[in-house]
Design a binder for this molecule. Sequence first.
Ligand code: ATP
Ligand code: MG
Length: 356
Amino acid sequence: MSSDTTPIIGILGSGQLGRMLAIAAAQLGLKTHIYAPDAAGSPAAEVASFHTTASYDDDAALRVFAGGVDVVTSEFENVPARTMDIISEFCPASPGHAPLHTAQHRIREKTLATELGISTPRFWHIRNAADLAAAMDELQAPAILKTCQLGYDGKGQIRMSPQDDTDAAIATLNSDDAILEEMIEFDCEISCLIARDRDGQHHHFPVSQNRHEAGILAQSVAPAPVLPLLADAAIEATAALADSLNLFGILAVEFFISRDGRLLFNEMAPRPHNSFHWTIEGCATSQFTQLARTLAGRPFGATHTYGRWQMDNLLGQHMPQVPDLLAAPGVHLHLYGKPQARTGRKMGHATRRIGD
Ligand code: ATP
Ligand code: MG
């Protein structure tokens, strides 16, 4: 428990999600403490009240950190389960053990969705070349082979055709824990976000529609121009997933809407999500403010939108656009303070209102 009366939110991770959460928390009069192996000088630590630079398996440092804050959350889902278990001996931990365990593995999350009656692309657990050959033989259609763990921004993925060499694909992926998914011909991709408090109450945001380039989110528009029936079904599925995991905090779920109009679960992340950065300007309460409120035990904020919004990611190769974006009226530019603008690295985003 913190020594003074201002609640302190502990955040595992040092990137832009932690940064924007720390800014939102500060606006609510809350303090934040960043914990990460590379915390010093990081995007999150430079706007937070405190930071600790230590590894996620440094038990002594974790205990000091957890003992000095009121609640802890993680800005990334691959935090080791043991880290969170140590922290939860001292204070409430968001999103909780079950949401992290499930979201860390593509087979586990798709299995849970299936158990809850939420459709997914057809999938197979692949441990070796023989599994892959058998699955491709059964599918006889284009597919994507992905590592089950630690993938992000389309990394650890190989697109496959029925005639491809399965031995070579497994050798390239270099993993004995993979998933093969049928390739969905989709009309569009959407994502949902809900906050869920410790009493199990939840509050959702309007749905986003997302476009990826080379596996990385390029643009979101919201509210998504999709049939209300599909948007409602996606929100309902997201709430069912959060409830079944007894999640505390925030849950984002990505879906495909197939050409034949089916809603299919892709993956979930129990943290703020890139496709909801537009909520900072576009919603009565942003995803970061909602998470800060939820963590601090404050009531949910309203999530109605102020018109229609577009968010464009700024990757390293897009940084030459910054002067134009700064000059454009109505563009809200966010830069994350990362020193090296490498190709494909998320450096910032720009949000604009595109309609009523
Ligand atoms: P991110 O971190 O950006 O969310 P990720 O690396 O975790 O991505 P996915 O969301 O599984 O990976 O895949 C990235 C993108 O690749 C998807 O948003 C989608 O555009 C495409 N994709 C993934 N799986 C499929 C599929 N089964 N059918 C069609 N497209 C797919
Ligand atoms: Mg994804």
